[in-house]
Design a protein around this ligand. Structure first.
Ligand code: 9MR
Length: 353
């Protein structure tokens, strides 16, 4: 008799443990969305237990924030180093995630040796080196990445034409098309994206991109999708965003919201993320996901966040101030923006039905 209370509380404890274990786990982004949800990562961060746990369980797609860029993989003329990129791919394989490759060609993040020698190359030499680079990288990751940003940010910042990068100067306006062809030669199946910023905010830039895409499609240059980077503020025009989605869908291309972050501190005066800003961020996130959810299934590629935690965002350095732009706060807690993503899935779905 005296033992009964002991056994009954032990029983209660056991019931609690077992039922806790049986409870369905909290919803994860990757299981809630019917399209891949991605995050930009680095090998150093993936080596941290908490970070890896969230990156591995919440997301179904991974992009290397930096290490698959030429600066890391292009060791010397016709010499390549895939070790850092391979570690990101290994993480993704262990967590049943797809990998989006970023990026084969970019006027920034060039390796030092290339920056130092590029002016001395004639056009044919540079073209041959670049072709060998694209062939080698795409072949190396064949079957391991589902997609590549082939050329990143080839359109001028203001959107009024091609960016006058060293590649354009040496190889001519059509180098973007040829890079797409080189990538396709190396992998017949990988999806090829053109990726840029301000696609949803600068109609002139969108127009220039669409003109390029139309030209590619008319000439049979391979292109499967457009990456809209979505480094945005709370003032994003949803009409412009919707217009960009519609125009890309009309061209039968996939859309990748490829580098999402939402700045909340435009003046740089805020010392913390206010409740009001957090709520606006949640609402904007919901609207973006709702509109994305409503494009046809075959046009959805993925939504990728440009980092996991607020304090790890490139924007702190870039703007000189904290922007609290991501789904998780510095302590890995979900922010209202996370709930906004789920809200958007739900409202988008209701409209779809
Ligand atoms: O987030 C990236 C940052 O860590 C790097 O220092 C920077 C290097 O130029 O690139 C950042 O990522 C950029 C991405 O590759 C292309 N679109 C703009 C992103 C922010 O600059």
């Amino acid at each position: 008799m005296r033992l009964f209370p002991f056994f009954s509380s032990l029983g209660l404890l056991l019931v609690m443990i077992i039922s806790n274990g049986l409870d369905s786990p909290e919803p994860r982004l990757r299981s809630m969305a019917n399209f891949p949800v991605g995050v930009a990562v680095s090998p150093q961060r993936l080596a941290q237990t908490d970070y890896a746990q969230i990156a591995g369980s919440e997301f179904s797609s991974i992009t290397a924030e930096n290490v698959m860029k030429p600066q890391y993989s292009w060791a010397a003329e016709r010499e390549y180093d895939f070790s850092a990129g391979d570690s990101v791919v290994a993480f993704a394989e262990n967590h049943n995630q797809q990998v989006h490759g970023h990026t084969l060609v970019w006027h920034m993040m060039q390796p030092k040796w290339l920056r130092e020698s590029i002016d001395s190359y004639d056009s044919a030499t540079l073209e041959n080196l670049l072709r060998d680079y694209i062939h080698s990288v795409v072949k190396h990751y064949r079957g391991k990445v589902v997609s590549w940003d082939v050329v990143n940010e080839a359109i001028a910042a203001e959107g009024d034409g091609m960016r006058n990068s060293v590649y354009r100067q040496k190889l001519g306006d059509d180098y973007v098309a040829r890079c797409h062809q080189y990538a396709r030669e190396a992998d017949p199946d990988v999806l090829l994206f053109y990726n840029d910023y301000s696609v949803a905010t600068n109609p002139e830039k969108l127009k220039t991109i669409l003109t390029m895409v139309d030209d590619f499609q008319a000439r049979g240059i391979p292109i499967d999708g457009v990456g809209m980077q979505m480094h945005i503020g709370l003032d994003l025009s949803l009409d412009n965003f919707q217009y960009a989605l519609d125009e890309i869908v009309k061209r039968n291309l996939k859309i990748h919201l490829s580098e999402v972050d939402i700045r909340t501190n435009p003046e740089g005066t805020a010392g913390m993320l206010t409740e009001e800003a957090a709520q606006q961020q949640q609402e904007l996130m919901a609207e973006i996901v709702r509109l994305y959810q409503q494009i046809p299934e075959q046009n959805k590629f993925a939504i990728t966040f440009w980092g996991l935690r607020d304090n790890e965002s490139w924007l702190t350095q870039n703007t000189g101030n904290p922007q609290w732009p991501l789904l998780f706060d510095d302590n890995f807690s979900k922010k209202p923006m996370y709930q906004g993503f789920l809200d958007g899935l739900e409202t988008g779905q209701t409209k779809l039905n």
